[in-house]
Design a protein around this ligand. Structure first.
Ligand code: ASP
Length: 446
């Protein structure tokens, strides 16, 4: 039967007013049957998230200090929501058992998980949905790795016969019975797992933005929202630091071919961003800019190696990479010329082994010239349509040349899904703006 799994982030459930919006959204579509809430987030910019308050309580409890004042503030947040919504319920029993548990065994994951647990109880009551404790269905091994198969089985069994349910995000339990959380922002992962287990038509991830943006709004003024993006494109952009979604939230839905829709709780009429499988038929799409998104990251260095006749020296690349391997250094990109090779690495990882890498390469391949250039930013221009569009790279370079931005490295993956460019860190923002103008603004005016 058709159903949707809907996850609401912390800002979507920060106070009673947000709860009302969430309930309206859920009630407006009877397919929205399985709801995954986060803990109450920030109501205003310097507010504190419930999760952070709980971590702090645990820290205080761990060092034998009194945490009652902070814990009272947590109680007040929930009680405020309960009374403003006019709900006939009390969490007093839960509060005191959490407080006692923290005094007896202050475990971080247990403490943090209670934010979602309590919020789930309130939301279930408000919606009139069943409450399903995530500890009964999300299962980890003793090392903290999710056991997907066991989890899917437990979810299906537990949800069988339930018309609808609220399942708190962020945590589960280990096979030994301890509460375990995902990393921060992990309610996204819970939603994805539940969507997989119930074979949802769609996984809706409700947050406080209307989807992924084509570029970082701190760099480009009021950038467009990406209408549709594939999982692979998303991965490319996320790697460059663009993110709205927890990285581990992709796999469970991707493997089941379930699309994700990023939606805005404060503007539910906005279509948001659809994340779809790589074989999606894009003829169904109306829009279309050549590129899907641009993202960039600072903090890279390039190791530039030159040697006459490098191309005919068998094993040259292997010897160089062996030096990196011996020093535990992984590389990000490696474009090469006939007699040159340039390896882009993360500067912070290079720093501790810098001298050893330099002397190792000298010993291994006796280069004519060897240098490290720091202060490099790498930007990725990502787009599934680039493959079928001629002149994309030329347009990127024209945009950069007009701005007198020097390109230090280029790398186009064989999938033609992205073009990666290295520039000086101080040119990064301007480069992103110019490319945005070239592809988004100018294509709009055609
Ligand atoms: N409440 C948790 C956090 O703040 C998990 C989540 O919101 O997804 O990280």
């Amino acid at each position: 039967m058709a159903n949707k799994v809907v996850k609401f982030g912390g800002s979507s459930l920060a106070d009673a007013n947000q709860f009302r919006k969430v309930a309206d959204i859920i009630k407006s579509d009877s397919k929205r049957k399985y709801v995954i809430p986060s803990a109450p987030g920030k109501r205003y910019s310097d507010d504190i998230k419930i999760t952070d308050m709980l971590y702090k309580c645990c820290e205080l409890a761990g060092s034998g200090m009194d945490f009652s004042e902070l814990f009272n503030a947590i109680k007040e947040r929930y009680n405020g929501i309960i009374s403003e919504l006019g709900l006939d319920m009390s969490l007093d029993e839960e509060f005191s058992s959490i407080e006692n548990e923290l005094k007896a065994r202050p475990a971080r994951d247990f403490a943090a998980s209670r934010g979602e647990f309590l919020n789930g109880k309130v939301l279930a009551r408000y919606l009139g949905f069943s409450f399903v404790d995530a500890a009964d269905v999300i299962i980890f091994d003793n090392k903290g790795t999710l056991l997907l198969e066991e989890t899917v089985k437990a979810v299906r069994e537990r949800l069988k016969g339930l018309e609808n349910a609220v399942i708190p995000g962020f945590y589960g339990r280990t096979v030994e019975g301890f509460i375990k959380t995902f990393s921060r922002g992990g309610s996204d992962v819970t939603g994805s797992i539940i969507a997989n287990a119930v074979r949802a038509d769609i996984y809706e991830n409700w947050t406080d933005v209307s989807g992924f943006l084509v570029a970082d709004p701190r760099i480009v003024d009021d950038p467009d929202v990406i209408g549709t993006i594939t999982y692979r494109e998303l991965r490319e952009l996320a790697y460059m630091g663009a993110s709205v979604l927890h990285e581990e939230a992709i796999f469970p839905v991707r493997s089941a071919g379930i699309p994700i829709n990023i939606k805005n709780t404060n503007r539910p009429e906005d279509p948001g961003t659809m994340i779809v499988s790589d074989d999606y038929d894009f003829r169904r799409e109306s829009l279309s800019h050549t590129i899907t998104g641009i993202a960039g990251r600072k903090g890279f260095s390039t190791i530039n190696i030159e040697k006459a006749m490098m191309n005919s020296e068998t094993g040259f690349g292997m010897k160089v990479l062996k030096v990196l391997y011996d020093n535990g250094l992984s590389f990000e990109h490696m474009p090469s010329g006939i007699d040159t090779m340039s390896i882009t690495v993360d500067s912070s990882k290079l720093e501790p082994v810098r001298d050893k890498v330099l002397s190792g390469i000298r010993r291994a391949v006796s280069p004519d010239h060897l240098e490290i250039e720091d202060g490099i930013a790498v930007l990725a221009i990502v787009g599934r349509r680039m493959k079928n569009t001629r002149g994309t790279v030329a347009r990127i370079f024209a945009a950069l040349a007009h701005a007198r931005i020097n390109v230090k490295m280029i790398d186009q993956g064989s999938s033609e899904l992205n073009v990666i460019i290295g520039v000086s860190e101080h040119d990064l923002s301007e480069a992103i703006r110019r490319i945005y103008d070239m592809f988004i603004n100018s294509e709009k005016s055609i």
